[in-house]
Design a protein around this ligand. Structure first.
Ligand code: GUN
Length: 291
C-alpha cells in the first residue's frame, strides 16, 4: 500500500480563505476587526519563524496583527503587565504568548494571567475545562487542525481506535478530548508505555506528538490506518552538504507510507493547520466577546 499524502498546506490555505471571508463580514456587518496580539520573549530562531508566520498570516486574512517582542531577560512582572494591558485593550480579541518562555519566567503564571475570553491557544484552565464539557470557546490549535484533517479523510470518526503518542498539555491531552468528543476509542501512549509498537498496531488513527525524530516505525502501522504526524524535528542532512539540516516528523514517513491509507508529510502537514486554527480561534473569541 502506498499512502495518500494528506496536504495540510492546501487544506490550511482553503481554511484561511474562508476565514478571510468571515473577517470581511465581521467588518462590514458588525464594524469589528478581529485583532490578534502575539508576544515573543527572547530570540529562539524557531519561535521567531513561527511568530513571524503567525503575524503575517493574521494580516493576510484582514485581521489586525499586534506583535510584541521582549528581550530574553525581561522580568516576569513586566511580561505579566503586558498581558494585563492586552487583556484590557478592546482592539485585541486574541492573545498568544509564544512558548517556551525563558526559564526565569513561570509559564503557568503567564497562562493564568491571560483573560480566558482572549485565550486563542486554549491554554487557560477555564478553556481547557470548557473543551472537556463541550462548551463553546477556543479549541487547542494543533489538535483542532489534526481533527479537521482526520474528519476530512475519514468522515465520521465514531468507533475508530485512536492512539495518541505523547501526553503534553499542548497536543496529547487536548487531542484526547477532541477524539473522544468524536466518539473514538482513545489510548494515550507515552514514555512509560510498555510494548508501544503493539499498542500502535491496534490503531485506526495514529497521532504522533512526542518530539522524537522518526520514532514511530513503519511496521508499527496497521494496514489502512491514518497517520497524523505532529512532530517537527530538525536533523542533520549530510546528503545536502556540510552542516545542512532537514525537517522530519515523529514518524518514519517512508516506512509508514507503505502501510497507512493516508499520512501527513513534514513539513506541509499539520504545521500549516496550526496557524489557520489560531486564526479561526481569533474569530471565535472576537465573536463571543462581541456577542
Ligand atoms: N509553541 C509551540 N507551539 C505553540 C502554540 O501552539 N502556542 C504557543 N503559545 N506557543 C507554542
Amino acid at each position: 500500500m502506498t499512502a495518500k499524502i494528506i496536504d495540510g498546506k492546501a487544506f490550511a490555505e482553503k481554511l484561511r480563505g474562508s476565514i478571510a471571508g468571515h473577517v470581511e463580514r465581521m467588518k462590514t456587518e458588525h464594524g469589528i476587526t478581529p485583532g490578534l496580539a502575539v508576544v515573543i520573549v527572547g530570540e529562539d530562531p524557531a519561535s521567531q519563524v513561527y511568530v513571524t508566520n503567525k503575524a503575517r498570516q493574521t494580516a493576510e486574512v484582514g485581521m489586525n496583527s499586534f506583535k510584541h517582542e521582549l528581550p530574553a531577560n525581561v522580568p516576569e512582572a513586566e511580561l505579566l503587565a503586558l498581558v494585563r494591558e492586552l487583556n484590557a485593550d478592546p482592539a485585541v480579541h486574541g492573545i498568544l504568548v509564544q512558548m517556551p518562555v525563558p526559564a526565569h519566567i513561570d509559564a503557568n503564571k503567564v497562562i493564568e494571567a491571560i483573560d480566558p475570553a482572549k485565550d486563542v491557544d486554549c491554554f487557560t484552565p477555564a478553556n481547557v475545562g470548557k473543551v472537556q464539557i463541550g462548551l463553546p470557546g477556543p479549541v487547542s490549535c494543533t489538535p483542532l487542525g489534526c481533527l479537521m484533517l482526520l474528519r476530512d479523510e475519514l468522515g465520521s470518526l465514531a468507533g475508530k481506535n485512536a492512539v495518541i503518542i505523547g501526553r503534553s498539555n499542548l497536543v496529547g491531552k487536548p487531542m484526547m478530548q477532541l477524539l473522544l468528543r468524536d466518539n473514538c476509542t482513545v489510548t494515550i501512549a507515552h514514555s512509560r508505555t510498555q510494548n508501544l509498537a503493539d499498542v500502535v498496531r491496534q490503531a485506526d488513527i495514529v497521532v504522533a506528538a512526542v518530539g522524537r525524530p522518526q520514532m514511530v516505525k513503519g511496521d508499527w502501522i496497521k494496514p489502512g490506518a491514518v497517520v497524523i504526524d505532529v512532530g517537527i524535528n530538525r536533523v542533520p542532512a549530510p546528503e545536502k552538504g556540510d552542516g545542512k539540516t532537514r525537517l522530519v516528523g515523529d514518524v518514519d514517513y517512508a516506512g509508514a507510507a507503505e502501510h497507512a491509507a493516508a499520512i501527513t508529510p513534514v513539513p506541509g502537514g499539520v504545521g500549516p493547520m496550526t496557524i489557520a486554527c489560531l486564526l479561526a480561534n481569533t474569530i471565535t473569541t472576537a465573536s463571543l466577546i462581541n456577542d
